[in-house]
Design a protein around this ligand. Structure first.
Ligand code: DOR
Ligand code: ZN
Length: 346
């Protein structure tokens, strides 16, 4: 019996954490095997805040690639309240930096250098609007008075709508959206606004945090939401709407930093970075729309060429290892010890 095969244009990952040093060397191969390009997040310690730092980081990534890999890291700058508007012109003129990342200070891993008050970066946003350099938003308020499950919705109301009104031409990507509120906002937004969706938010709802006990490996930011929101994300991802594209937010953390009294946020999904999306699309009978979501909408938004080569997936299950090496430690990947329904053939 032959298994179902699916050939698509090679995809790109429009939101990825690669870390640095030995951790970078441990993980980059998974992404490079599947994706042609990835937008690389700048939340290192210290943050990647200048073009010079981004170019040095890009070289460290290239140095870690498996021999013969054509993978291209697309770099981002970490927006701080000290970012100079002139850095935006430098970024635009570079051939290495493709976006600027906004972290509300305190929202997630290494976000301490992020923005406390959006008005303090208005001059930088003006420069980005002028130079058509996309702003990638971690869209959550950090106000401790706001329920953690409402932080994305409130961010849209308090910050995103005013931002959009003030900078109507600013190119923005609402990253790793998790709610129907975000889907509705982006669906009705003009073409300069888009969103990435992770595989884990398409496949898991918040029950996955508490299956028979607390599940630290399913903890991420923004946190998993209830089933109605997962359904809205699935509908958006598989709708064919070019506002939505693939961004794994694969975020490796050492096992001991997640299995502890105050664990880090992030799921590692790069080992099955396209296969997990195939599962999600298959769930709703929409494998025919995977290619546009994974391989067309992202480059179209970023005004980059679509990839020319193709990958082949096959509906043959495989078992994810219990752990993968991560620097001197290990990382527990999504589906550890369980099956993923789709395999990468080539
Ligand atoms: O779950 C997450 N992990 N969300 C983020 O925004 C950051 C990421 C990380 O860097 O670990
Ligand atoms: Zn992220």
């Amino acid at each position: 019996m032959t298994s179902t095969r699916l050939e698509i244009t090679r995809p790109d990952d429009w939101h990825l954490h690669l870390r640095d040093g030995d951790a970078l060397a441990s993980v980059v191969g998974h992404t490079a095997e599947r994706f042609a390009r990835a937008i690389v997040m700048p939340n290192l310690k210290p943050p990647v805040a200048t073009v010079a730092q981004a170019e040095a980081y890009r070289q460290r990534i290239l140095d870690c690639l498996p021999a013969g890999s054509a993978f291209q890291p697309l770099m981002t700058l970490y927006l701080t309240e000290d970012t100079a508007p002139e850095e935006i012109a430098r970024a635009k003129a570079s051939d290495s930096v493709f976006a600027v990342k906004y972290y509300p200070a305190g929202a997630t891993t290494n976000s301490q250098s992020g923005v406390r008050e959006l008005s303090r970066v208005h001059a930088v946003l003006e420069a980005m609007e002028k130079h058509a350099l996309p702003l990638l938003l971690h869209g959550e308020v950090t106000d401790p008075a706001v329920d953690i499950f409402d932080r994305e919705q409130i961010f849209i109301e308090r910050h995103l709508l005013p931002l959009q009104a003030r900078f109507p031409g600013l190119r923005m990507v609402l990253e790793h959206i998790t709610t129907k509120h975000a889907v509705d906002f982006v669906t009705s937004a003009p073409a300069n606004v888009a969103a990435t969706i992770t595989a884990h938010h398409l496949l898991l709802n918040r029950n996955a945090l508490f299956e028979g006990g607390i599940r630290p490996h399913n903890y991420c930011a923004p946190i998993l939401k209830r089933e109605t929101h997962r359904q809205a994300l699935l509908e958006a991802a598989t709708s064919g709407d070019p506002h939505f594209f693939l961004g794994t937010d694969s975020a490796p953390h050492a096992r001991e930093t997640k299995e502890t009294s105050c664990g880090c946020a992030g799921l590692y999904t790069a080992h099955a970075g396209i296969e997990l999306y195939a599962e999600a699309f298959e769930q709703v009978g929409r494998l025919d729309r995977l290619e546009a979501f994974a391989s067309f909408h992202g480059p179209d938004f970023y005004r980059l060429p679509r990839n020319q080569d193709r990958i082949m997936l096959e509906r043959t299950p495989w078992t994810v290892p219990a752990t993968i090496p991560l620097a001197g430690s290990t990382c527990v990947p999504m589906r550890a010890g369980d099956a993923v329904a789709w395999s990468l053939v080539r």
